[in-house]
Design a protein around this ligand. Structure first.
Ligand SMILES: C[S@@+](CC[C@H](N)C(=O)[O-])C[C@H]1O[C@@H](n2cnc3c(N)ncnc32)[C@H](O)[C@@H]1O
Length: 285
């Protein structure tokens, strides 16, 4: 029965493999907050830092470690990466981060868009993904990308440096979404954009496990309380939303309450292994 579902729905098969085969899938707790997916009981609760924790009514997906899935031949047709980047109107010279970059499906395209005067940071928490990404960049002679090995709650991005943070099929996998979004917000310039691309949960006919989909309402409910303003949802892709947010200025209280890890000295082409560790800690004023 399962076999026949997967034969008819190849996307389900691959995502099933991600779910069952990766070590993270086996070891990571899937349910991070009590409450049914469709329930209305998970209201925002005050966080310890005086901010507001996002309302989350979904299960967090396991981290995908299937590199072949990220370069599947039909991906260009269904995810239309060039059309996505056209729609985002990324100017030459822009500073962008590909957060959860995987093997770099979007990274090298971003690097071409921003050109030699721009800056691209490709971040992921799996060293293996960054190794493959680096190979991909070499094959394509792309040199204007900095690789950053992040952690589950900190993408280790430079503060106030980015025009855009792009997360393609990543947000639903973040095991610590609030912490990640706080760091990303600090990494953005004032008014910088956060863009999430996620499979539409609103459409049950899209052959992806619900765990790997997000609705617009769900994303807004989680992201907006974290200091982002929702700008628009672009809906031209066959299966995914493109959700655009901008960062609001951080409140004095939120900024002064914490230590901000910053990436210093990262040069173009630096590999994850060569990054200084531990990262220097700078206390915010
Ligand atoms: C489905 S893949 C998408 C990869 C890439 N964005 C793409 O579109 O090809 C999700 C990626 O997010 C990464 N990821 C998951 N949680 C993360 C976290 N907390 N920090 C950084 N990367 C993360 C995974 O390692 C994986 O490479």
């Amino acid at each position: 029965m399962l076999r026949s579902i997967f034969v008819r729905q190849p996307l389900l098969l691959v995502l099933g493999v991600c779910l069952l085969a990766s070590p993270e899938a086996r070891h990571q707790p899937l349910l991070v907050q009590a409450g049914p997916w469709t329930g209305s009981s998970a209201l925002p609760v005050p966080a310890q830092d005086g901010g507001q924790r996002a309302a989350r009514q979904r299960q967090i997906a396991p981290v995908c470690s299937d590199a072949d899935w990220l370069t599947r031949p039909e991906r260009d047709e269904t995810e239309q990466p060039e059309k996505v980047l056209d729609a985002l109107k990324i100017p030459e010279g822009a500073a962008v981060a590909d957060v959860g970059a995987g093997v770099g499906y979007f990274t090298w395209r971003l690097a071409k868009r921003v050109g030699p005067k721009g800056r691209v940071i490709a971040e992921d928490l799996q060293p293996k993904m960054l190794e493959l990404l680096e190979e991909n960049l070499k094959k394509r002679n792309v040199t204007n990308v900095e690789l950053v090995l992040g952690t589950r709650d900190d993408p280790r991005l430079p503060e106030g440096a980015l025009d855009l943070a792009l997360l393609v099929d990543v947000y639903h996998e973040l095991s610590e979404p609030e912490a990640m979004m706080r760091h990303i917000r600090r990494a953005l310039k004032p008014g910088g954009r956060l863009v999430l691309i996620e499979y539409r949960k609103e459409d049950p006919s899209i052959p992806i496990l619900p765990l790997h989909k997000m609705s617009v309402a769900e994303a807004r409910a989680e992201i907006e309380p974290l200091g982002f303003k929702f700008q628009q949802a672009l809906e031209f892709l066959p299966m995914q939303h493109i959700l655009i947010f901008t960062s609001k200025p951080a409140s004095k209280q939120a900024v002064s309450a914490c230590c901000l890890p910053v990436l210093s000295g990262a040069a173009p082409g630096i590999s994850a292994e060569r990054l200084p560790a531990p990262f220097p800690l700078r206390r915010a004023a």
